[in-house]
Design a protein around this ligand. Sequence first.
Ligand code: 3EB
Length: 339
Amino acid sequence: MTERSAPRNRPVSLRYLSPDALDAYLQQQGDRVACVVGFGVRPVAATASGQPVLWVDMPVYGSDAAYEVWTSDKPVTRYQDGLLTGVVNEDVFFGGMAVRLDGAEDLGGATQRAFTAIFDFLQRSGYPNLIRVWNYFPAINAVENGMERYRSFSVGRHEAFVRCDRKIEDSPAACALGSRDGPLVIYFLAARFPGLQIENPRQISAYSYPKQYGPRSPTFSRATLAFKDDPRVLFISGTASILGHETVHPDSVELQTRETLANVRAVIDQAVLQGFPPVDFARDLALKIYVRHARDFPVVMDIVGKEFGAVSEMIALQADICRTDLLMEIEAACWSGAR
Ligand code: 3EB
């Protein structure tokens, strides 16, 4: 018999939980809980066990709330630095902040300050590599001071990357979606070692988008492959019905869903070309689905179910997508190897 080293656990794991399943799961995971994000229409500040919750006012399909819970396989230590709170262990650094937007500062300025604070902190922390960032803020498609708010957000984020000497090609996987109300919520995973950035051959890199989508390009990669040893984690950015740089099928949520799934598959294929093993969707794929109009949920969920079959984790949220002609968007995470 061949001797095998014991399979290590996943450096980070993800569950999407209903409110009634949350407390038992947190209790079971104890000091391995890295990040709890609540979605829904009724705000929750903390769980029964006192675990802080980052709240996003974003309706959940089929429930009034749902929780995204990231855990790590090693105990974590809490930290706080101004608005930034989170946890750290030898592998990962999970952080988050909620920035109130009701001040005099514009969204671009608030975004730039938030990312500058994150980069400053990461640089000092010994975990300089941003792997994955989630961005949520209200009225993403509203025009303010002559610019759509998503574009102002992109300008502020891009400026922070440049001023903090971040290479645009090393941008993390990300998503940016519109909530109904509340603060700018940013949470992120950072690591000691850089991830491998992955692009989608069906799309031009977002950081190379032409100026028609805004004066500063969005600083994200299509995916980031994190961690050096198995099990590695592939973080797939928010993915939509875009070919090249253009939205396709602006009038059909059905065709947008099919195109989006083709893009998700293309990113996974690209990761496989770069050494990631083929993904067992039922065991190792988590999907987070955003749909602009509640009436479109049934058709989107139906197509995802038929095209991808069972997946290991799934959540569906009603959100504004960052281009007005996009009706839906999907992000994903995949795990490789033994658990
Ligand atoms: C796109 O592909 C769709 O600005 O962080 C997807 C993922 C999108 C991330 C971001 C935006 C972002 O351009 C929109």
